[in-house]
Design a protein around this ligand. Structure first.
Ligand code: MLT
Length: 409
């Protein structure tokens, strides 16, 4: 008898985005004419083509695979030195991070989930609410939670409410926790955290020997020079934080797949006897065992993001998406809706019109405006009453979404 992992049975029916996909497909099947007008602002998937510098580098890398002299088989599991060194120099200059503290991967979704492999049972885990659902579901899968209640909140997790009162940055908990997921600029609320707020989190983590799992997948969208882009800008973070970054949203790699994890060598966790164990060594061991590295052409493409041409092309992409965010923010504001985010992040977080809940707004936008958004409640109970509009789209589509919003509300 093949026993399954019973923890999977605690998961709510569908992961949010496949569930949205299912509802959109059902609508499309039943309304083929209207569905032809559908504009997708749900999942934060990029729409603009890969930067030229990336494509050129990837093509050259593929060609190199066609010659015995330059052909490459298995690469280093932790990533090629050329990319690790480039990331250290370009993304972490002056932040005290070395190339061997950077682990190249196939993306942050996998990394944030896989990270749980190296942490044992019994950790108290804090997550923000609303939150990127992957953090919650991967903790459920591994057995770090009990069952979900009627609001979808899992027993055993410490939820940190994020709301307009705290500008979607959670207060430091009264209780002691061991692992803390923070994501800034934030998905889904589009909020950013100030230096002082991150300093408070780092101080808390150090005091409690906790580790902050800091998801910085959206750092490239920060416009305000005062807003930290990395947790390692905060003094003391090297002793208490892991950072996740991705090429998905800046370089348009959602389909290409490449990201990285930064783990300072001095970061420690504790074994059953309370002895210190290097997190870097455990992650390195895990990576060698379960991963064979991101592909060579993909890593070459990622390296090109940091070339002068690549930087200019990425800057243009960011400007494009942030221009979209500005238009979406303004359109919602003009309708008298309370609007958050969209200033240092590509997500606009909007309070639903009175009397409509998150899924109600999702249905209304789908059925009456043929626009796909993401219901705030899909990110957690505290997201109820909000919806998220992704700014990842063409300008033409965003302008049309703004027109349809105005006609709808
Ligand atoms: C989102 O829409 O929240 C993101 O695209 C999901 C992801 O990056 O996996």
């Amino acid at each position: 008898m093949a026993r399954i992992n019973d923890h999977f049975l605690k998961l709510k029916a569908g992961y949010l985005f496949p569930e949205i996909g299912r509802r959109v497909s059902a609508y499309t099947e039943a309304n083929s004419e209207k569905a032809a007008k559908l504009i997708r602002c749900g999942i934060g998937d990029v729409t603009e083509p890969l930067p030229q510098a990336v494509r050129d580098a990837m093509k050259a890398a593929v060609d190199a695979q066609g010659h015995r002299e330059t052909f490459k088989g298995y690469g280093p599991e932790q990533g090629y030195a050329f990319l690790r060194e480039t990331v250290a120099k370009e993304a972490y200059a002056d932040l005290g991070i070395t190339a061997d503290e950077i682990f190249i991967s196939d993306g942050s979704k996998c990394d944030t989930g896989n990270m749980l492999d190296i942490f044992g049972p019994g950790n108290k885990i804090a997550i923000t609410d609303p939150v990127y659902p992957v953090y919650v579901d991967t903790n459920v899968m591994i057995g770090n939670t009990g069952e979900a209640d009627e609001n979808g909140a899992y027993e055993g997790l410490v939820y940190l409410p994020c709301n307009k009162e705290n500008q979607f940055v959670p207060a430091i908990p009264e209780e002691k926790v061991d692992l803390i997921y923070l994501c800034y600029p934030n998905n889904p609320t589009g909020a950013s955290a100030t230096r002082a707020q991150l300093e408070a989190w780092v101080a808390y983590a150090r005091k409690n020997k906790a580790i902050i799992l800091y998801d910085a997948a959206y750092e490239a969208f920060v416009q305000d020079p005062e807003v930290p882009r990395s947790i390692f800008e905060i003094e003391g973070a090297h002793d208490c934080a892991v950072e996740f970054r991705s090429f998905s949203k800046n370089g348009g790699f959602t389909g290409i797949r490449c990201g990285y994890v930064v783990i300072p060598k001095g970061l420690v966790g504790y074994d059953a006897q309370g002895g210190e164990v290097s997190i870097h060594s455990l992650w390195s061991r895990r990576t060698s065992t379960k991963f064979n590295g991101a592909s060579y052409p993909v890593q070459k493409g990622a390296e090109a993001i940091f070339s002068p041409e690549g930087k200019a092309q990425v800057a243009a992409l960011i400007e494009h998406y942030m221009g979209n965010a500005k238009l979406l923010r303004q359109a919602c504001k003009d309708l008298g809706l309370a609007v958050f985010g969209g200033v240092n992040a590509p997500y606009v977080w909007v309070e639903c019109p009175e009397g409509i809940d998150s899924w109600g707004m999702f249905d209304k936008m789908l059925e009456e405006a043929q626009v796909v958004i993401t219901p705030g409640s899909g990110f957690g109970a505290a997201g109820e009453g909000y919806f998220r509009i992704s700014a990842f789209n063409s300008r033409e589509n965003v302008e049309e979404v703004c027109r349809r919003l105005k006609a709808l509300l």
